[in-house]
Design a protein around this ligand. Structure first.
Ligand code: HEC
Length: 166
């Protein structure tokens, strides 16, 4: 009787452990999956806002069939915009020869350095103070011939988005 009781309890213990372990594994996997998706696409409300207000204009010069910036990142597509720039430098685009010639000392700087807006060229092209700290000759995109206007609140959204680690 004592042995039987022990066996039942033991099995119960095993069973509840199994259930608990599965639950923990499931919770871990699902939370991980969501994080991964957000990181990969760089999407979210802030990015949506930046895309429709600012970034949707980049592709007219940084794309597949444009002349002047050939071989560089293709910024025409919302779904791949972040992937083209995040953690990348000019060294990742060796065919982008005009960049190497015109902004020579910028080729080893990050386009988007996750968590570090003050070290990201995507910010520097709009912010002269950030540009002066990049340690290279940054192409100011607010002036002719880029003429991209960005409001101070959009610029802040851009910095926050990068600092939060896209
Ligand atoms: C009117 C054309 C034009 C538009 C629009 C444009 N760019 Fe550029 N961009 C250039 C040129 C030209 C360069 C210099 C490199 C070269 O000559 O190939 C450049 C360089 C850059 C660089 C490197 C800057 C440096 O000095 O190291 C980044 C980053 C960049 N562009 C991002 C963007 C983003 C993001 C947008 C959209 C908000 C954008 N560009 C829109 C023409 C353009």
């Amino acid at each position: 009787m004592l042995i039987l009781g022990f066996a039942v309890r033991n099995r119960l213990l095993k069973h509840s452990c199994l259930v608990l372990c599965s639950l923990i594994t499931f919770a871990y996997l699902t939370s991980c999956g969501t994080d991964e998706e957000l990181t990969e696409s760089g999407q979210g409300a802030a990015f949506d806002q930046l895309w429709s207000g600012v970034f949707n204009r980049c592709g007219s010069c940084h794309g597949r069939d444009v002349s002047g910036t050939e071989g560089g990142p293709d910024l025409t597509d919302k779904s791949t915009f972040t992937a083209m720039l995040l953690g990348k430098t000019g060294d990742d685009y060796p065919e982008w020869t005009t960049f190497a010639v015109n902004q020579e000392n910028c080729v080893d700087k990050s386009f988007i350095a996750s968590g570090r807006s003050s070290q990201s060229l995507v910010v520097a092209i709009f912010d002269s103070q950030v540009a002066s700290n990049m340690g290279c000759d940054v192409k100011d995109h607010t002036e002719p011939s880029q003429n991209i206007s960005i409001s101070s609140s959009q610029l802040q959204t851009l910095k926050d988005w990068i600092d939060e680690g896209p």
